[in-house]
Design a protein around this ligand. Structure first.
Ligand code: NVA
Length: 321
């Protein structure tokens, strides 16, 4: 039977709004003192598994686990073939006997959930088809830093507006909806109607927003999403695994390109976010990506700090149980 439940981070709303704030504050503290937390001292191993391409995620998790005193154990997804060569439940039970946590990038959210159910150790979503919650933690840290940082009342996020334009149906759109709403931010998505957020995710985001005093909206017209925003984000039009449909997809998304004219509608102090890799001339122009409002290198660095914070938070939660 499945292992006893421990806390995992499979989707943004696995954290409450107060817990998310705690993680963001811990991330800022770890950025200031990179070795302040040592939850994996020993070192204990943390498995890091990729079934899709990676650069930032591999570098930041490997570096992060090492800085937390652990041993980053890279498991080659192409060799392990989890779910094909053997079941998720069997792999989970093998890993759970030996490692302190599991970080996994894969396709199906249900496989990640299976890993969490069967391993008995914290599992962290390093991107699935549905969500990319670690990226959004890093993005929230980045927005807060540029909006005045942290105060006694928390990170400078609540009451601000995040706009996301492009593919409203992908992992980043879903995670922005949930994660930014948890932070009390208004979230405005601008996307083609046939590429909107999944109805159940949108409903969850709306329920969270009702609790945190935020507003969530979806627009066909990207200008309506961006107007007045404090942060403007976009992402590739062709996510990993969708390469076969690239031509068809790119055609539909052309009106949603984040260019200087669209960005002009945002607040004059707005920052521009992109999780990378970026396709200049597709979802974003080089003028914008390489321009003064873009904070993408801060975002990429903040992956490290945000992920160390969520790993530390989960390890601590394990000690409490
Ligand atoms: N939506 C993109 C994010 C890449 C980090 C993808 O899934 O490929």
């Amino acid at each position: 039977s499945p292992a006893p439940r421990v806390r995992s981070f499979l989707a943004d709303d696995d954290l409450t709004s107060a817990e998310q704030r705690e993680v963001l504050e811990l991330a800022a503290a770890l950025k200031a003192d990179r070795h302040a937390e040592q939850p994996f001292a020993g070192p204990r191993s943390v498995a890091i598994i990729f079934d899709k391409p990676t650069l930032r995620t591999q570098v930041s998790f490997t570096t992060g686990v090492a800085e937390l005193g652990g041993y980053p154990l890279m498991v080659d997804g192409n060799l392990a073939k989890i779910g094909t060569r053997e079941s998720v439940a069997d792999v989970a039970r093998v890993l759970g006997r030996q490692v302190a946590a599991i970080i996994w990038r894969t396709f199906h959210q249900s496989d990640l959930e299976g890993m969490a159910a069967w391993s008995g150790v914290p599992v962290v979503n390093a991107l699935t088809d549905d969500y990319h919650p670690c990226q959004v933690l890093a993005d929230l840290l980045t927005i807060a830093e540029h909006a005045g940082g942290f105060s006694a009342s928390g990170p400078a996020l609540a009451g601000r507006t995040l706009a996301y334009v492009g593919d409203g149906s992908n992992n980043m759109a879903h995670s922005y909806l949930l994660g930014a709403a948890l932070a009390g931010m208004d979230v405005h998505v601008g996307c083609p109607p046939q590429f909107g957020p999944r109805a159940d995710v949108l409903a969850r985001a709306q329920a969270i927003a009702a609790e945190t005093g935020a507003h969530v909206s979806v627009h066909d017209d990207p200008r309506l999403a961006v107007v007045g925003a404090d942060a403007v984000a976009t992402d590739t039009w062709v996510s990993m695994g969708q390469e076969g449909d690239a031509d068809k997809r790119e055609e539909v998304f052309v009106p949603y390109q984040l260019d200087a004219e669209l960005l002009d509608l945002a607040d004059p102090s707005a920052v521009v976010l992109h999780c990378l890799p970026a396709y200049r001339g597709k979802e974003i122009t080089s003028e914008v990506l390489d321009g003064p409002r873009a904070v993408v290198w801060d975002q990429a660095e903040n992956r490290l700090h945000a992920q160390k914070a969520i790993l530390t938070f989960l390890a601590r939660a394990g000690e409490r149980t």
